[in-house]
Design a protein around this ligand. Structure first.
Ligand code: MOS
Length: 742
């Protein structure tokens, strides 16, 4: 065991190396655009240089003169009446906007044309030579810009409900201690290293799509609807994904365009979207604003919490993340009132980005919690302990398990929190102002129906197949481990197939559902196999079955291979969830349910050092302790949580997509100017896995932790910056210019 492969504690699986590790480091792993197709044409997008208005004209003459150019698709010819065409948003689309459907430009970087050529270079050159002229209108860039439209979230999105328990206004008026503050978080883009790509190949009426996708089944059905063809005519292949983080979950605008082009040219078409075009043709984390008030007794018992929030969205879509349903479940507060608004502007439609609601909403709440602790002159850990709860105050439903304070205690011990001097600025070390801060991490335990096919031979070879996804998290490995454990075989006898819509339908790789959902389906499938082999009635993990025992059981049963198909539907799913699984719908349930409350928790402690003269901000160390039910693999779990905390640091100190308010365009749409942390920015990261057993969440006992680690980190940073300087910075990211007045 090493730091990277921590010794499993109670209820934790072995730190098995990734089944796909070798393929990845040797370059054998095929990412979507690596698949070889015969005689491809290459596509290149042309995106708008204005954010609002109309296309006045498109002069194709110079573009068409480039050697190797085949054709140019624009709004003038994208649809041919009576021919195969793009019918607009279908399935789980990231936007209702249909590109090239009219001369209207909806946002900066809207797709206005697609050039097709014999080579990528020719397509790119022709794209640069296409002359698009516009009738530009003045765009609305930001929430406060003229022309923005504000709408109550509950009115535009029936799935969101504002929270109201007790009488928050009255409790605030009577509170002995109160805080009232506003926070904001910026626009951020996922910037996965693998670009957005699509390759479409037609074989007669059958379409094969190679695209990095977090939801191949959703894309299959969504594309079929967009193109008005039968779902069984579409196959989507995505075995490896080079980073997604939510950006590759929805059905995109580009895929149908590439499919149409391939049909018209009668040859495969390959599109790789450039880095800057990815900023506007895919989704992003929208900027948010928050107004929070907390009321408490002098002893530190919280009595009231109000949270109003505003989220930016596009003109065409009412996308929102609305994190208050989860933030309101965090602490024992009797009076809560929340309200979320969407604010529409001339921007592309935002979308999921790792822990979509929790990152901005918990940033605001956990900073407010620290402000309240300071005002109460209480230790922030003890303040949270005093207000800890084992029931969701909103619904009254108990947590199936909640180890938040165990996480605080373990992380505090490892960090050395007891040595903290309370007063801001008290811990100076020479030229460096030292600040220590902490915050709560949380993520709802969410589940989606899943189907699997499992095959076991009398030689102990196992094959598990499911249209789930490897987004870099270790899905192949943990799914394989679950099957190996339940069928009593070593992991090297397991082969796992993922990322192909021809496999049994699996969940979207979103909402941290994959491990819990697929492992639960695997357990169900393994139980059927055990039943056939050993006439067992209930499922049991069969550790270390010998080859002889297995062969004997097979021969007794008169079989040499058993292949089983199993479908698992989580408790509390809405009616029709299974049908939804088979028609490409997301069927996520979990988190704050009516009768039970399911969340994973963590506590993060970190040190910032701020240079007294330059105000340079450094984070020399961070410690996070996390409890997330059964940990399938301590190595992949640690990597996920470590990556999450690094992203949390990045989110607090580095990342922001700058929007030019005059033009509603992104300024730093490249990896040189969009700051992400490098090795020099990240020093010590310690992950502590806190044992937790939860038999109520799902058969696998897994809570999921893909989106747990980056929640709360930004608040821990802002709390530490306050402790170092006495200055409360409420708007992210925190940069040295915010601290010049200290
Ligand atoms: Mo994640 S943002 O649910 O892909």
């Amino acid at each position: 065991m090493t730091v990277a492969a921590p010794e499993p504690k109670e209820n934790m699986g072995q730190p098995a190396p990734r089944l796909d590790g070798r393929a990845k480091v040797t370059g054998e792993a095929r990412y979507a655009s690596d698949f070889m197709v015969a005689n491809p044409a290459f596509a290149y997008l042309v995106t708008s240089s204005i954010a609002r208005g109309r296309i006045a004209g498109i002069d194709q003459s110079e573009a068409l003169a480039v050697p190797g150019v085949l054709s140019v698709m624009t709004h003038e010819n994208a649809e041919v009446p009576g021919e195969f065409t793009f019918f607009g948003a279908g399935g789980e689309s990231s936007t209702a906007l249909k590109p090239m459907s009219s001369d209207r430009v909806w946002h900066d970087g809207d797709i206005v044309a697609m050039v097709l050529a014999e080579s990528y270079e020719a397509a790119r050159e022709a794209a640069y030579k296409l002359k698009v002229t516009y009738k530009a209108e003045s765009p609305t860039a930001l929430m406060h810009s003229p022309g923005s439209e504000m709408r109550p979230g509950a009115a535009v999105n029936p799935r969101h409900q504002d929270v109201k328990i007790g009488d928050a206004e009255k409790a605030m008026a009577q509170a002995e201690v109160a805080i009232d503050a506003e926070y904001s978080t910026p626009t951020q883009h996922h910037n996965a290293i693998e670009l957005f790509t699509t390759t479409c190949v037609w074989n007669g009426n059958e379409l094969t799509v190679y695209e990095p996708s977090q939801f191949v089944i959703g894309m299959k059905f969504g594309l079929a609807r967009q193109l008005k063809i039968e779902p069984n005519q579409v196959r989507v292949i995505s075995p490896y994904i080079g980073g997604a983080f939510g950006s590759k979950g929805g059905v995109t605008q580009r895929t149908s365009l590439v499919a149409i082009a391939a049909k018209r040219l009668n040859r495969p078409v390959k599109l790789v979207v450039t880095r800057d075009q990815g900023f506007t043709t895919a989704t992003y984390r929208a900027e948010t604003k928050h107004h929070i008030r907390l009321g408490a007794t002098r002893e530190g018992k919280l009595t009231a919490y109000t949270h109003e929030a505003w989220e930016l969205t596009s003109r065409a879509d009412d996308y929102m993340v609305a994190g208050t349903e989860n933030s309101a479940a965090m602490y024992a507060i009797p009076n809560i009132a929340t309200k979320v608004y969407v604010v529409k502007a001339d921007r592309n439609t935002p979308g999921f980005m790792r822990s979509p609601p929790e990152v901005p909403y918990m940033y605001a709440l956990e900073t407010a919690m620290d402000e309240m602790a300071v005002k109460l002159r209480m230790d922030p850990v003890e303040f949270r302990r005093l207000n800890d709860t084992q029931v969701n105050p909103v619904t009254g439903a108990p947590y199936t398990s909640r180890s938040l304070m165990q996480c605080y205690d373990e992380a505090a011990r490892a960090f050395g929190w007891a040595k903290r001097q309370t007063e801001p600025g008290a811990m100076r070390d020479g030229d460096w102002l030292i600040g220590w801060g902490c915050a709560t991490a949380t993520y709802p335990t969410q589940l989606n129906p899943a189907a699997v096919r499992i095959r076991l031979t009398d030689q102990g070879q196992i094959r598990v197949q499911v249209a789930a996804h490897e987004v870099g998290t270790g899905a192949y490995t943990v799914i394989g481990q679950q099957a190996a454990e339940w069928l009593g075989q070593p992991l090297d006898k397991v082969h796992v197939d993922l990322g192909d819509s021809d496999l049994p339908p699996g969940p979207v790789a979103g909402g941290s559902v994959t491990t819990a959902s697929v492992c639960s389906a695997v357990i169900q499938g393994c139980a059927v196999i055990q039943n056939k082999l050993f006439q067992r009635s209930g499922p049991t993990a069969m550790q270390n079955l010998t080859g002889g025992q297995l062969a004997e059981a097979f021969s007794r049963a008169g079989l040499s291979v058993i292949e089983e198909y199993a479908e698992w539907v989580p408790e509390g799913s809405r009616p029709g969830a299974l049908k939804g699984l088979h028609s490409g719908q997301v069927g996520i349930t979990g988190g704050p349910l009516k009768d039970k409350t399911m969340f994973a928790f963590g506590a993060e402690f970190l040190e910032v050092r701020i240079h007294a003269r330059t105000r340079e901000i450094r984070v020399p160390r961070i410690v996070g302790a996390f409890a997330a039910g059964r940990i399938m693999n301590t190595r992949t779990a640690r990597s996920q949580l470590m990556g999450g905390m690094i992203w949390g640091i990045s989110s607090a100190l580095h990342e922001a997509t700058e929007v030019d308010e005059r033009t509603a365009r992104y300024v730093n749409d490249n990896l040189a100017d969009y700051l992400v942390p490098v090795n020099a920015d990240i020093a010590e990261v310690e992950v502590i896995l806190v044992p937790e057993t939860d038999t109520k969440v799902n058969p696998a006992g897994v809570k999921g932790l893909g989106e747990l680690g980056n929640v709360g980190t930004a608040a821990a940073i802002s709390n530490a910056v306050y402790h170092a300087t006495g200055r409360r910075i409420r708007d992210l990211p925190i940069r040295l210019e915010n601290l010049l007045q200290v």
